[in-house]
Design a protein around this ligand. Structure first.
Ligand SMILES: N[C@@H](CCC(=O)N[C@@H](CS)C(=O)NCC(=O)O)C(=O)O
Length: 217
């Protein structure tokens, strides 16, 4: 199985399924394609008609879109363990992932993930409202897991993978969060898979100008 991803410093959508695979110890190869703007669409259309990453290639099948990839992994490799247990937690987890997937766009646009950087950005009212929504989700649903680490719904799942890029955005731009939300972000940042991703991102040197925002702290 191979996961085609973008630069680890910048590619939020790639981080989601990568983290799921790594955290559940599913064996896979990764292929990193630079998100450098030059001929990007041509380079990415080799892997998917959408010309976007991530793309999962498995036994002749190609699956694009981070949510579809996570669902595929949950069905075929994780025996359903990718989502929280229980009807209500599972439904809410799916709902907040859908919310993250389809919305919160002001925050996404104004706070691009940049693992290497520590920046200040002046956020619009819309981005601040998105952040408040994220804060509410983390505050309401983060609970200690069996090791005492804070995870959404009390057990690492696709929901944590979907919000891991926001954890990294917050690490870069350091917006003010409630104590509960900050505690979740701090705990998630220590997750071994996220630590591996961060180490890989720090070793990258390519700068993608379109994804650089804010001023250095
Ligand atoms: N909805 C897609 C979005 C994927 C996406 O936009 N990926 C970015 C990289 S993080 C990309 O491929 N950008 C290339 C471009 O915009 O040309 C998903 O969830 O996988």
């Amino acid at each position: 199985m191979r996961l085609v991803i973008g630069n680890k410093n910048y590619s939020t959508w790639s981080l989601r399924p990568w983290m799921l695979l790594d955290a559940f110890h599913v064996s896979f190869d990764e292929q990193l394609v630079s998100l450098n703007a030059e001929r990007l669409s041509n380079r990415l259309s080799e892997f998917s008609d959408t010309a976007r990453v991530p793309v999962l290639q498995d036994e002749g099948l190609s699956v694009w879109d981070s949510l579809a990839i996570c669902e595929y992994l949950n069905d075929n490799y994780l025996a359903g363990q990718g989502w929280p247990e229980g009807k209500s937690d599972k439904a809410i987890a799916r709902a907040i992932c859908a919310e993250m997937h389809a919305g919160l766009s002001a925050m996404r646009n104004e706070m691009p993930m940049n693992v290497r950087a520590s920046r200040y950005v002046e956020l619009s009212a819309a981005a601040q409202a998105d952040l408040q929504r994220v804060d509410a989700i983390w505050s309401e649903h983060a609970r200690p897991d069996s090791h005492g680490d804070l995870r959404l719904f009390g057990k690492f799942s696709i929901a944590d993978c979907f919000f891991a890029p926001v954890v990294m955005r917050c690490a870069c731009y350091q917006p003010e969060l409630s104590a509960a939300a900050q505690a979740y972000a701090d705990s998630m940042r220590q997750h071994p898979s996220l630590q591996k991703w961060i180490a890989d991102a720090l070793s990258e040197t390519e700068v993608i100008d379109e994804d650089e925002a804010g001023i250095d702290r």
